[in-house]
Design a protein around this ligand. Sequence first.
Ligand SMILES: [Ca+2]
Length: 97
Amino acid sequence: MAAPTELEACMETMIKVFKRYAERGSDENNLTKKELHNLLKHELPCFLATQKDPKIVDNIMSDMDGDKDDKMNFSEFVGFVAGLSAVCERLHRKQKH
Ligand SMILES: [Ca+2]
Protein backbone atom coordinates (compact mmCIF):
# COMPACT_ATOMS: atom_id res chain seq x y z
CA MET A 1 0.00 0.00 0.00
CA ALA A 2 1.24 3.50 -0.82
CA ALA A 3 2.39 5.70 2.02
CA PRO A 4 -0.46 7.83 3.34
CA THR A 5 -0.71 11.39 2.08
CA GLU A 6 -0.42 14.27 4.55
CA LEU A 7 -4.18 14.63 4.79
CA GLU A 8 -4.72 10.89 5.24
CA ALA A 9 -2.11 10.85 7.99
CA CYS A 10 -3.83 13.83 9.60
CA MET A 11 -7.21 12.05 9.62
CA GLU A 12 -5.59 8.94 11.01
CA THR A 13 -3.97 11.01 13.77
CA MET A 14 -7.29 12.60 14.75
CA ILE A 15 -8.85 9.16 15.14
CA LYS A 16 -5.85 7.92 17.12
CA VAL A 17 -5.82 10.91 19.48
CA PHE A 18 -9.59 10.76 20.02
CA LYS A 19 -9.44 7.04 20.83
CA ARG A 20 -6.47 7.41 23.16
CA TYR A 21 -8.52 9.66 25.45
CA ALA A 22 -11.95 8.10 24.90
CA GLU A 23 -10.67 4.63 25.71
CA ARG A 24 -9.65 5.64 29.22
CA GLY A 25 -13.25 5.52 30.43
CA SER A 26 -15.97 2.93 30.18
CA ASP A 27 -17.19 4.23 26.81
CA GLU A 28 -14.48 3.96 24.17
CA ASN A 29 -16.53 5.75 21.50
CA ASN A 30 -17.15 8.93 23.45
CA LEU A 31 -15.23 11.51 25.43
CA THR A 32 -16.67 12.46 28.79
CA LYS A 33 -16.16 16.02 29.98
CA LYS A 34 -13.19 14.85 32.05
CA GLU A 35 -11.63 13.02 29.10
CA LEU A 36 -12.17 16.07 26.89
CA HIS A 37 -10.45 18.23 29.48
CA ASN A 38 -7.52 15.80 29.56
CA LEU A 39 -7.28 15.81 25.79
CA LEU A 40 -7.27 19.62 25.62
CA LYS A 41 -4.70 19.83 28.40
CA HIS A 42 -2.25 17.52 26.66
CA GLU A 43 -3.00 17.95 22.96
CA LEU A 44 -4.05 21.62 22.76
CA PRO A 45 -2.21 23.21 25.71
CA CYS A 46 -1.81 26.65 24.05
CA PHE A 47 -5.50 26.83 23.21
CA LEU A 48 -6.46 25.88 26.75
CA ALA A 49 -3.99 28.37 28.26
CA THR A 50 -5.52 31.28 26.30
CA GLN A 51 -9.04 30.48 27.51
CA LYS A 52 -9.95 32.67 30.47
CA ASP A 53 -13.35 31.16 31.10
CA PRO A 54 -13.13 28.46 33.79
CA LYS A 55 -16.18 26.83 32.23
CA ILE A 56 -14.49 26.44 28.85
CA VAL A 57 -14.73 22.63 28.82
CA ASP A 58 -18.44 22.77 29.74
CA ASN A 59 -19.00 25.35 27.01
CA ILE A 60 -17.21 23.34 24.34
CA MET A 61 -19.13 20.26 25.37
CA SER A 62 -22.53 21.95 25.24
CA ASP A 63 -21.69 23.71 21.94
CA MET A 64 -20.45 20.59 20.18
CA ASP A 65 -22.70 17.96 21.73
CA GLY A 66 -25.11 17.64 18.80
CA ASP A 67 -27.00 14.62 20.14
CA LYS A 68 -27.16 16.06 23.67
CA ASP A 69 -25.93 12.95 25.49
CA ASP A 70 -23.38 14.98 27.47
CA LYS A 71 -20.54 13.12 25.77
CA MET A 72 -18.47 13.88 22.69
CA ASN A 73 -18.44 11.30 19.92
CA PHE A 74 -15.92 11.36 17.08
CA SER A 75 -18.13 13.36 14.70
CA GLU A 76 -18.68 16.01 17.35
CA PHE A 77 -14.94 16.03 18.07
CA VAL A 78 -14.14 16.50 14.38
CA GLY A 79 -16.56 19.45 14.32
CA PHE A 80 -14.67 21.04 17.18
CA VAL A 81 -11.24 20.48 15.58
CA ALA A 82 -12.53 21.78 12.24
CA GLY A 83 -13.92 24.93 13.87
CA LEU A 84 -10.67 25.54 15.69
CA SER A 85 -8.68 24.94 12.50
CA ALA A 86 -10.82 27.51 10.68
CA VAL A 87 -10.06 30.08 13.39
CA CYS A 88 -6.32 29.32 13.12
CA GLU A 89 -6.45 29.67 9.35
CA ARG A 90 -8.16 33.06 9.69
CA LEU A 91 -5.52 34.27 12.15
CA HIS A 92 -2.79 32.98 9.89
CA ARG A 93 -4.27 34.90 6.96
CA LYS A 94 -4.50 38.12 9.00
CA GLN A 95 -0.86 37.89 10.06
CA LYS A 96 0.24 37.68 6.45
CA HIS A 97 -1.42 40.98 5.49
CA1 LIG B 1 -22.68 13.67 22.06
